[in-house]
Design a protein around this ligand. Structure first.
Ligand code: GN1
Ligand code: MG
Length: 609
């Protein structure tokens, strides 16, 4: 803490317009400033919690990354995302934030440069917290304030105040360790460099450049490193390939495996996922994978390819077509944290049969539940009491048929607002929590209770007999907990788990797809004057503001058998999203269109509300 020797003291909240010289890096100018907890000292700003060296470093470095004019940024459902050309200052500042977060938690933090499924000219930045999950929501307002601070001086003041509030010492006594990585976007290298400057602007900040990674790989590395284990990319591949092999070895259908359709074609979205799958594939004997749109060819990232395209458009991605009829196909998004499957049903059409995140969730839920049922019946073989609570988490975008199916299986199904951070948080409340967004982002979380008990149960059952089905069930659950990424949804580990379960069940993609029939649905986007005018409740299924619109939507829904429809402001695009479901495609389209018109009436340019 800096001692105050200031002869000049302004009360907190005092507004002044004065000529000041902040440091040799600043021009002498007249600025209108608000004095908060910082002080003016003969024309030089002093900060309570910052020594001179730290202050000078921050001012000098942040001057190199001035914020873009007229752009307001928000740390949305997936960090900051914008056209890459305006992001230098934002990424620099998120570097600072990541360093502060590391000082606060005492752990390693991750910083990922990606714009996921968005177009190649976009980019973005997000932080992986010390748990490996998303940045704690409590720090999001600080992230927003940092990104939008109009000047270096404002930025430094924010940091000073926040550090004081959070008891973060900025005296260089501790180091801040940040793993930084990027996807394959051409703008990534320069942005990553800005992030390193941000990290280096906090004394003690150390950036470890992990190069090009998928987003889930970085989250995994942060989590595993903070658990004190080895966390290189090779360790990640070992963990996935070993647990996958273990699942295959515990397969009850070994004898039938020759009949099993081994062919799999993966669309890598021309991004990082295809490149990494090429590497992982080398370690997976027994799985024949053909990778297209691998990121090595001429195709453009996410352009007519990838999980988002496939899920939203429901047509074949580039380089897929009539030659793929009936084959099991999968698609990753640009940073490989989403996975969907599909088949091409006919040579004469480019339509696909989509097997989305809801069906992946259903497959995982069936498998986990089956193993738990086997373990429940084992009580005669082991003394350890093990009754884990299994829960399934979806959002309002989950197809209604999937929810009905999961409930009929006897599973507990809960809903959260859209955004992985909400689903993940909810799933973590269960002993085993399975969550998925319909778009293919999801995972299976195992609590400490499960991780702690499964191993001794397995050992105890090994003593009884290794051939016991319950022994194998414990082994399978252990393997799943190692295979499936515990930090975030991961297309690579999700793909391997799907493949292992299909083999275990001896199911083709068609048998899997026919677990239930999706209700026809339609998604639309409506551009409005101010999307924040829409406020929702009940996991985003009902609008509370503006008044009257929900009643009007209800009147529309009532016109359609099995009709369901909701609207919500997107967290990643400047639009209102409309989702509708009904018993026929035509009805779902009509319902979505009429509700989109309502949105336009209530909130569009011509509306007076
Ligand atoms: C309908 C839809 O797919 N929404 C996506 C999309 O969020 P929006 O808030 O709807 O723009 O991007 C998020 C981040 O990738 C993802 O979590 C979410 O599921
Ligand atoms: Mg993604």
């Amino acid at each position: 803490m800096q001692l105050f020797r200031s002869p000049l003291f302004f009360p907190v909240g005092f507004k002044a317009s004065v000529p000041i010289n902040l440091s040799q890096n600043f021009q002498r100018t007249s600025l209108s400033i608000t004095i908060n907890s910082s002080l003016l000292l003969f024309g030089r700003v002093k900060f309570k919690d910052m020594n001179e060296k730290q202050l000078d470093l921050l001012l000098r470095e942040s001057d190199r990354f001035p914020p873009p004019k007229g752009v307001r940024l928000s740390y949305g459902t997936a960090g900051f995302r914008e056209d890459a050309s305006v992001l230098l200052s934002t990424v620099y500042r998120v570097g600072i934030l990541a360093a502060l977060r590391s000082l606060k938690t005492g752990g390693v933090i991750g910083l990922m440069i990606t714009a996921s499924h968005n177009k190649v000219s976009d980019n973005g930045v997000k932080v992986a917290d010390s748990s490996g999950g998303m940045l704690t929501q409590e720090w999001e307002p600080f992230a927003n304030a940092l990104a939008n601070a109009p000047s270096s001086k404002d930025l430094v003041r924010l940091i000073d105040e926040f550090a004081e509030k959070e008891n973060i010492l900025l005296d260089g006594s501790k180091s801040a360790q940040i793993l930084v990585a990027r996807d394959t976007r051409p703008s990534g290298e320069v942005l990553l460099d800005a992030a390193k400057h941000g990290i280096g602007s906090i004394i003690g900040g150390v950036a470890h450049d992990m190069g090009i990674l998928t987003t889930p790989q970085l989250h995994w590395m942060v989590r595993v490193q903070n658990q004190g284990s080895k966390a290189s990319e090779l360790d990640y591949f070992y963990e996935l390939s070993n647990s996958f092999r273990c699942l295959l070895n515990s397969n009850p259908n070994n004898s039938k495996l020759n009949d099993w359709d081994n062919q799999l074609v993966v669309d890598g979205a021309n991004g990082v996922g295809g490149l990494k799958l090429e590497l992982l594939k080398e370690m997976l004997n027994g799985l024949a994978i053909e990778i297209r749109n691998s990121g090595k060819g001429k195709g453009v990232l996410n352009e007519g390819v990838g999980a988002d395209f496939v899920q939203k458009e429901k047509i074949v991605p580039c380089s897929f077509g009539s030659q793929d009829v009936g084959i099991r196909c999968a698609s990753f998004d640009g940073d490989a944290d989403r996975l969907v499957y599909f088949t091409v049903p006919s040579e004469s059409s480019n339509k696909i049969n989509l097997v989305d995140g809801d069906k992946i969730l259903s497959l995982f839920a069936i498998f986990v539940k089956e193993q738990l049922t086997i373990l429940e019946a084992r009580s005669k073989d082991t003394k350890i009491d093990f009754q884990p609570r299994l829960g399934v988490v979806q959002t309002a975008y989950a197809n209604g048929a999937s929810t009905r199916y999961l409930k009929e299986l006897g599973l507990e199904v809960v809903f959260t607002p859209t955004g992985v951070k909400y689903l993940h948080e909810k799933a973590a409340e269960y002993d085993i929590g399975i969550y998925f967004e319909a778009n293919g982002h999801g995972t299976v979380l195992f609590s400490d209770y499960c991780s702690t008990l499964l191993q001794p149960i397995y050992w105890e059952l090994s003593d009884a007999s290794e051939d016991l089905e319950s022994h194998k069930a414990a082994l399978r659950l252990l393997a799943v907990s190692k295979l499936i990424n515990q930090a975030v949804g991961d297309a690579l580990s999700g793909l391997l788990l799907v493949e292992a379960i299909l083999r275990h069940k001896n199911w083709s993609i068609h048998e899997w797809s026919e677990l239930y029939q999706d209700l026809p649905s339609r998604q639309l986007k409506v551009k409005v004057v101010d999307r924040t005018a829409v406020e929702t409740t009940n996991a985003e299924t009902e609008v509370v503001k503006p008044p009257g619109i929900q009643e009007a939507i209800n009147l529309e829904i009532a016109k359609y058998p099995q009709g369901r429809c909701f609207i919500r402001p997107s967290g990643t695009e400047d639009v209102i999203r409309v989702y509708a479901e009904a018993s026929t495609q035509e009805a779902a389209d009509d319902l979505a269109t009429s509700v989109a018109k309502l949105v336009d009436q209530f909130l569009g340019a011509g509306s007076s509300k």
